[in-house]
Every structure is written in C-alpha cells, then in structure tokens.
Design a protein around this ligand. Structure first.
Ligand code: AMP
Ligand code: TRP
Length: 371
C-alpha cells in the first residue's frame, strides 16, 4: 500500500504558482472508500519547457509537499506513438528523471517510475480498449492535431488516451494534475471508469482532473500567443526550456512577440503577448499582475522584457545546474527509477489481480455448466 506521506520541508525553490487554486473539473465526488492518490505522467521527449513546469510538474511538487501520495510516471510508452531513437529515448528517460528531481520531486516520498517497466499498463489498456468505441477516440483534439501532418497514422496514436486512462486506473488514482490540453483525455478516463464499473462491478474511483484556475493551465508560445507553449513547435524561440543557457533565455524573452503599444498593461484578451510575459513573471515571483504593472510604470515593453529575463534566469539557473549535476550520474538515476518501478508494481499488481478476476473470472467454484 502506498503510505500517506510524511510532512516535509518545502523545496527551496517552492515558487509562487502556489497561490493559484486547483479546480476540480469532475462533478462527481470521489467515493470515500478510495484513498486519495495523485497520478500524473509526462513523456520523456527532450527538454522540459515552462508550460510543462507550471502546468504540470510544479503542481506535482506542490501536492507532494502538502503530504499527498503522488505517482509520477515517465510515459515512455506514450512517446513511442511517434518514432523514437531507442538510445535517445533511454537518455531522455534519464534526463526526465533528473529534471523531475531537480524540480523538487522527492523520489523517496513520491513514486517516480518508468511506465514501460510495469507491463500491466498495456494489459489494462487492452481491456479498456475493448470497452472504448472508435468514435469516442476519433474526436479527441490531440489525436487530430498529431495525426494531421502524418500520411500513415500509427494505431498507437489513436489509442494513446486509452493507455493514459489505463495509467490512471491501474493505481486507482483519485486526482490527476495536468495542463488544460489534457482535460479531454482525463474525461475519457472518467467515462471508462463508469463503463467498467457498470459492466464488471464497482472497481475504480472516478479520477478528478486537477487544473489550475490561473494562467499556469496554459502558458502561451512566445512567438504566437494564440497557441500554447509546446515541445512540438518548430520555432525553438517559442519556448523557454529549463535547460536553456542564460543567454538563450535572454534572447528568447527579448524576441517574444508583443504588440505596438509600448506600455506594460495586463489585458489577456487584447494584449495576449505581454499578458503571457506578465503571467510568467507572476508565477515565478508570486506578485499579482496588478503589482507587476504598477512596478513597470515608466518602462516600455522592451525594457520590461529585460527585467523579466533577469527573473527567469535567476529562477531557472539553479534548476538547470541541478539537472546537469544529476545527469552526470546515470547509474544513480537508473537506480531511482528501478526503486520507483518496484513500488509502482506493488500497487499495480493488486489492482490488476482484481481486474482480471472481474473480467475473466478465476474461481473454479463459479463454473456451473460448461456445455
Ligand atoms: P507534454 O509536453 O505534452 O508531455 O505535457 C506534459 C504536461 O505539461 C501535461 O500535463 C500538459 O498538460 C502540461 N503542459 C504542456 N504544455 C503546457 C502549456 N503550454 N501550459 C500549461 N501546461 C502545459
Ligand atoms: N499524455 C500526457 C501528456 O502528453 C502524459 C501522460 C501519460 C499522463 N499518462 C498520463 C498525464 C496519465 C496524466 C495522467 O502530457
């Protein structure tokens, strides 16, 4: 059983996004008999950007530090739905492990593990795939987005959200912290819980989606504030990565698309570019957007960008240094993942036993009439 975790000192880098509330997106209350358990995942595809940091990772750290039972999965099975070089995938898995630790995930308190090492994820995916309709999957926006540019669409990309539901259900997770772009995937997991429970008897709690109320749910691209900051955007200046050198961060913030008004004012509708920068500023420092604008009176947007770049560099430098230090110890990172995987496996096995009994039956006493 996952222990209810002991209190621990807040990470030094605890940052100001804390003040943002978490909104429960599901209307159904978690049933009391299920212990509160948080599950989330992230694909090991390259460097983490500020969208991932504020939209997801930072939330996990916040929940972990307020004593919640948190499982963090490095979703390598999800990442192979698009072609990956095996060597690079292995390296990226360790890089993600280092990144999560540097961001404050404490692998002793939380369970940090590699998804593909727990084979029950794919087994449960098969069972859930058998109760999912194709129509339900075809309309999910992420599938549409990712398959758009492909001539031959891999089946994996299509069933990707079913695997995501399996991730969540296998640990009977009650809460799933993610950015806004994942909301519909979690909704599918909620639907599958209901279908499964109806068909096979009460087994899983409904997982609540935890999405922040504030701007961290969707950090925007620096090049096109109508879009989210994303790993897949071809323009590397569109995102601030945790591993960027200070010079790169400065350059990207300086080049961030704003508008022709020179004052610094906060109007996400009319001035989305500068509002995105102010949001990033606010998330890092905890200052309100009003206060930030007040302090920026007399600065033009160019001057304000220099101020913001200083803050971003100051906040990200220690994380970057930590990631670099940890990546010099791959054997240690591998050990961390193995330990996490063992703990995940223990939880998964108990759920999987229950699921197979319900779906296939296993008791010879139940056999009444073979013919
Ligand atoms: P991905 O990079 O798609 O693997 O996303 C990992 C996590 O980061 C998921 O919970 C996403 O919802 C979250 N995320 C990704 N991009 C953003 C963004 N621009 N703003 C907020 N959250 C994001
Ligand atoms: N699909 C998620 C993403 O791209 C990552 C993920 C995999 C996940 N499994 C999960 C998120 C389970 C939440 C719960 O961001």
């Amino acid at each position: 059983m996952l222990k209810i975790l002991r209190a621990a000192a807040h990470s030094e880098r605890t940052c100001a996004a804390k003040s943002e509330g978490l909104r429960k997106c599901s209307s159904q209350a978690t049933q009391i008999k299920y212990p509160k358990r948080i599950f989330s995942g992230i694909q090991p595809t390259g460097s983490v950007h500020l969208g991932n940091y504020f939209g997801a990772i930072w939330r996990w750290v916040e929940l972990q530090n307020s004593n919640e039972a948190v499982l963090c999965s490095i979703a390598d099975l999800h990442s192979i739905t698009l072609p990956q070089n095996p060597q690079k995938l292995r390296e990226n898995t360790l890089l993600m492990t280092a990144t999560l630790i540097a961001c404050g995930i404490d692998y002793k308190r939380s369970i940090l593990f590699q998804q593909s090492k727990v084979s029950m994820h794919t087994e449960l995916c098969w069972i859930l795939g058998s109760i999912t309709t194709m129509a339900r999957l075809a309309h999910l926006p992420q599938f549409k987005e990712k398959s758009e540019s492909l001539k031959n669409v891999p089946l994996g990309l299509y069933i990707y959200p079913v695997l995501q539901a399996a991730d969540i259900l296998l640990y009977k997770a009650t809460h799933v912290p993610v950015g806004q772009d994942q909301a519909q995937h979690i909704q599918l997991a909620q639907d599958l819980v209901q279908i499964f429970n109806r068909q096979f008897g009460q087994t899983f709690p409904i997982p609540h989606t935890l999405i922040s109320d504030g701007p961290s749910q969707r950090i925007k691209s620096l090049r096109d504030p109508a879009k989210k900051m994303s790993k897949s955007h071809t323009d590397f200046k569109s995102r601030l990565n945790l591993l960027d050198e200070p010079d790169e961060l400065l350059e990207k913030v300086k080049k961030a698309v704003t508008d022709f008004t020179s004052e610094v004012t906060y109007d996400p509708e009319k001035r989305p570019g500068i509002a995105n920068l102010i949001n990033i500023h606010s998330l890092f420092t905890g200052q309100t957007t009003e206060k930030i604008c007040e302090e920026a009176v007399g600065l033009n947007t160019g001057q304000y960008k220099l101020k913001l770049a200083d803050i971003v560099i100051e906040k990200l430098s220690p994380i970057r240094k930590d990631i670099l230090r940890l990546t010099r110890e791959p054997a240690y990172l591998d050990e961390v993942l193995k330990e996490g995987t063992e703990r995940a496996m223990e939880l998964a096995t108990s759920c999987w036993t229950e699921v197979t009994e319900k779906v296939f039956g296993n008791d010879i006493q139940d056999v009444k009439n073979i013919i």
